[in-house]
Design a protein around this ligand. Structure first.
Ligand code: 2AL
Length: 165
């Protein structure tokens, strides 16, 4: 969608564009209400500001929308197709990596009680695996900060992907 179209869209249409980037109602409202934006750069600045910080509740709600790394969603929603494209560096046919990711995901979920989340776009499977193994050593407080940051990165990249100058 062009920025001009986004600026002029009614609130429901603008929200429908924003929500697949991250399903946090406050963020969606804040960005939709800050329109019009003079440039995509200004939009991204506004979106980043609205995302800093996300509350713990917002992080938990948003995490529910992210499939595990290595488990590409099959659905036809905007969210599912964005996730597939972000995970394009992870080849499901590579069984060694897939197995290591599945084990890492399980260990992470056992330790932290939630899904391992990382901005996957631009990262290869070995890079993701290395980050997963490193982050397993973190404290819950360290992970809280990292996960919020990764969600911001994913949301901003998605927004950049759906709205153009
Ligand atoms: C994801 C996802 O769906 N997109 C992304 O960048 N990371 N999932 C995840 N568990 O990290």
């Amino acid at each position: 969608m062009k920025l001009a179209e986004f600026n002029d869209a009614d609130r429901a249409a603008a929200s429908a564009v924003l929500r697949p980037c991250i399903d946090v109602q406050r963020w969606v409202d804040q960005v939709a209400d800050a329109r019009p934006f003079a440039s995509v750069g200004e939009l991204l600045d506004g979106a980043r500001e609205a995302a800093a910080p996300f509350t713990a509740e917002e992080v938990e709600a948003a995490l529910a929308h992210h499939p595990r790394i290595g488990e590409r969603p099959a659905g036809q929603t905007a969210e599912a197709s964005m996730s597939r494209s972000e995970q394009s560096g992870v080849d499901p046919a590579d069984t060694a990596v897939a197995g290591a990711l599945a084990r890492g995901n399980r260990a992470y979920e056992e330790k932290f009680g939630r899904v391992f989340l990382i901005r996957a776009a631009g990262r290869s499977a070995p890079e993701i695996l290395a980050a997963l193994n490193e982050r397993l050593a973190n404290t819950p407080a360290q992970e809280d900060a990292i996960v919020a940051q990764q969600l911001r990165e994913i949301a901003l990249l998605r927004l950049e992907g759906v709205i153009s100058e």
